[in-house]
Design a protein around this ligand. Sequence first.
Ligand code: ZN
Length: 263
Amino acid sequence: MPELADVEGFRRVFNDHVRGAVRAVRVRDAQVVRHTSRRTLAKALEGQRFDAARRHGKWLIAPVHGSDDAVLLHFGMTGSLEWADAHEQEHRHDRVVLAFDDGELRYRDMRKLEGLHLTRGDTARDRVLGDLGVDATEVTREHLYDLLAHRDRQVKAVLMDQYEIAGLGTLLVDEILWRARIHPRTRASALSAQDCGRLHARMRTVLRHAIDAGRVPPRDSWLTGHRDDDPGTCPRCGSTLSHGRVGSRSTAWCSRCQPEPNK
Ligand SMILES: [Zn+2]
């Protein structure tokens, strides 16, 4: 499932390739086109250029050059953004294709939970993005402590809540908590300033590596490299990993490195 790091990868795909004007917009599945029709989308984009895309949380925002229009992309559970040669056959899950002189940008998504929005003006854009929290790459240590200290919820639920902090999904959060030696069910408000400092430092490290990789890398020294094993062993202490649901999300942790709170 695409998280902040994957969307950073899509942002690089966009910014590395998209140069000239859009020659054609091909909507293969109108279900993913939100807040507009396929005709309006084509009319708004054909002949136009884009400014550099930016990311906020799990959203990619591509402003249309010289206008208030923007294309907003969310990748749901299965989405991606691919650059392809025009001669390359489209994938059956390519839902929207923007054709340029030197190639095509393809929005691919199997499950179509989210989609591609065309927003006209800042207000429309802000309405789609809603009240997203600060991007996870910009959270300061003080902000994190202040946020967690006032939340009487499980720390994993707070970190995954896009309206608190934007961009983290289950892989990133599990990896960060495992490194910080914090159990995912710990009450956020029960964390000390020291715990939060450690959490923040580990978050920075994990995000840096994941952004470089364009995904949460399943390295041998990472929890992510072992969480899909059955049951898998902790790469730090060799204990058997624990698996369960925290909130409604499947979660992996090491019971030895991350002791259950109140025990
Ligand atoms: Zn361990």
